[in-house]
Each structure stands twice: as C-alpha cells, then as structure tokens.
Design a protein around this ligand. Structure first.
Ligand SMILES: Cc1cc2nc3c(=O)[nH]c(=O)nc-3n(C[C@H](O)[C@H](O)[C@H](O)COP(=O)(O)OP(=O)(O)OC[C@H]3O[C@@H](n4cnc5c(N)ncnc54)[C@H](O)[C@@H]3O)c2cc1C
Length: 263
C-alpha cells in the first residue's frame, strides 16, 4: 500500500472540498471494498476522505410512504432497526444476509450502492422498491441510477446522503448465495404496490436489472402460478467460475417463486 493523505471532515461541504483538493481522491465509508482495492493497487488514491464524522449520514426515518436510510448506516443497523423491520421487513432480512457479522458491522448502504458490484444485494432493493438516491448535489431515481457493472449515475466527487425506499404493500428478497462470501449468485427482490409489481434481479447479469415479463405477469396476478415457466434468457446472463448462464437463469426462476411465496 503506498502513502496517502487522510481527511476526516465534519460536514458535506468540507468533504466535497477535501475531495476536490485531494488529487486522486476517494471517499471511504466502512472500507470493505475500498481497502482491499487499495491493498491490491486497483485503486491508488492520493487522499482518503472519511465520511464517518459527518453528522446525519447514518440513521433511519419514516416520512410518509418513504423509508429513508442514511448512506453511512451499516448493514447490522438496518437488519435490527425497528422502523425498518416494521415498514419493510424484507429490507431488514436482506441486510441480515449480507456477508458475515464483521462485514455487516462495517459495510454501509452508501458504500454498496456507490460501488454497484453486480453481485451485491442492496441494488435489487433500491430498484424494486422504486427508491430515490439523494446526494449532496440532488437526487437520482433508481431506474436511472444503476448504469451497469460498477457504474452509476454519480459524478466524480458526488456524495450519497441517504436513500428513500417507497414502502410497498408486500415485498420479499430471495437469494441463492455464494457459500463463502454470501454475495448473490442470483438474488430476486419482489415488491408489490397498488400501482403494480416491481421485480429486480442481482447477481445474474452484468448489473442489476428489472425483469419486465415477471412484473407484467405478477401485476396481473400476484401468484407463483402466474410466473411458472417464465425464464430469463441465458444469453443476457453471466458465466463465471461460480455458475453458468443457464444455471443462473434457472436459479432466477426458483428465487422468483420463493420471493413471491414469502411476500
Ligand atoms: C468478505 C466480504 C463479504 C461480503 N459479502 C457481501 C454480500 O453478501 N452482499 C453484499 O451486497 N455485499 C457484500 N460485501 C460488500 C459489503 O456489503 C460492503 O458494504 C461493500 O463492500 C461496501 O463497503 P463499504 O460500505 O465499507 O464502503 P467503502 O469500501 O468504504 O466504499 C466503497 C466505494 O463506495 C464509495 N463510497 C462510500 N460511501 C459513499 C458515499 N456516501 N457517497 C459516495 N461514494 C461513497 C467509496 O469511495 C468507494 O468507491 C462483502 C464484503 C466483504 C469484504
């Protein structure tokens, strides 16, 4: 690891200033993705701008039909928070299934969705729960935010403040997890609203995506029977050392049925 400067600003404005004046700078939340990337020299920042001392970036608030979760809120906090558990229990269960206890104690919502790993869990919840990503510069709707593998609508130096999840009538997340890391080989998040059903798939393709055919079928009839026989096209899915595309397509159908029955 090569030398770098370290800044611990106490406001969003100071964080933005430290980033702008820090050469090749990077924000750090829990460090669970960033530090391994620095150690392996995939990232070589001149300045690390730590977001931990900025007030108001962690916590949960229910405002009308929106559940807001701060960017620095850890997975462990989300998994046990009473407001999350009562408003969107599927989100608490998703957070409880991320990595292991150490990962959940340090990893943050903001870090996951800024990084946008194609196998991460939260992107499926952000997309299925029609969320809004609020930053120090404005807002991004979930449908515009995720732009493919490790790519988002965030501009250089833009800081995620919080994410607003639209409270559904019912929701569930089903994940077929990698046995060691617990990242999703395939994860399917289903959310039912009065206006229709949203289905988001993570782990299967190069980035999180909505499953339009499943949404249409479930909006007409919210039953596992309505999507029986529905399958993703393997040509659009990933093959890697963990699973082939056809296997992922099969698992996605199984996870979809599981999520519907849990919802
Ligand atoms: C062993 C292991 C197992 C894991 N298993 C899973 C799993 O099962 N499912 C899963 O979803 N994830 C998993 N993860 C990832 C975990 O969820 C971390 O939360 C994730 O790596 C992000 O780390 P972090 O929150 O510490 O962010 P950091 O590593 O500090 O930051 C990650 C990136 O986000 C940027 N960033 C951070 N916060 C902000 C912000 N507020 N605004 C703008 N940019 C920001 C940083 O600059 C950096 O580029 C695992 C990680 C490990 C190490």
């Amino acid at each position: 690891m090569r030398d770098f400067d370290y800044a611990r600003p106490a406001s969003l404005a100071d964080a933005a200033a430290a980033f702008a004046g820090g050469g090749e700078a990077a924000f750090i939340a829990g460090g669970h993705t960033l530090l391994p990337a620095i150690k392996s020299r995939l990232r070589m920042p001149d300045t690390l701008v730590d977001l931990a001392a900025i007030p108001g970036l962690a916590g949960v608030a229910l405002e009308g039909d929106t559940l807001w979760i701060g960017a620095m809120t850890t997975h462990a906090s989300v998994s046990t928070d009473a407001t999350v558990t009562s408003a969107i229990p599927a989100l608490a269960r998703l957070a409880a299934g991320i990595g292991d206890q150490q990962v959940r104690n340090r990893g943050t919502l903001g870090g996951v969705i800024a990084n946008n790993d194609p196998a991460a869990d939260y992107p499926s919840a952000v997309l299925a729960l029609d969320a809004v990503v609020e930053t120090d510069r404005g807002t991004h709707s979930a449908d515009d935010y995720f732009q493919g593998m490790f790519s988002t609508a965030l501009e250089d130096g833009e800081i995620i403040r919080r994410v607003g999840f639209k409270v559904p009538l019912a929701a569930a997340y089903a994940k077929f997890r990698h046995p060691a890391s617990r990242y999703a080989i395939v994860g399917v998040f289903v959310a039912r609203y009065a206006s229709g059903v949203r289905v988001a798939v993570t782990g299967a393709g190069p980035g999180v995506f909505r499953w339009a055919e499943a949404e249409a079928a479930l909006t007409a009839s919210f039953t596992a029977a309505a999507v029986a026989g529905l399958s993703l096209d393997p040509a659009d899915l990933n093959t890697d050392i963990h699973a082939g595309a056809e296997y992922r397509a099969h698992i996605a159908s199984v996870m979809l049925a599981k999520a519907i029955s849990e919802a």
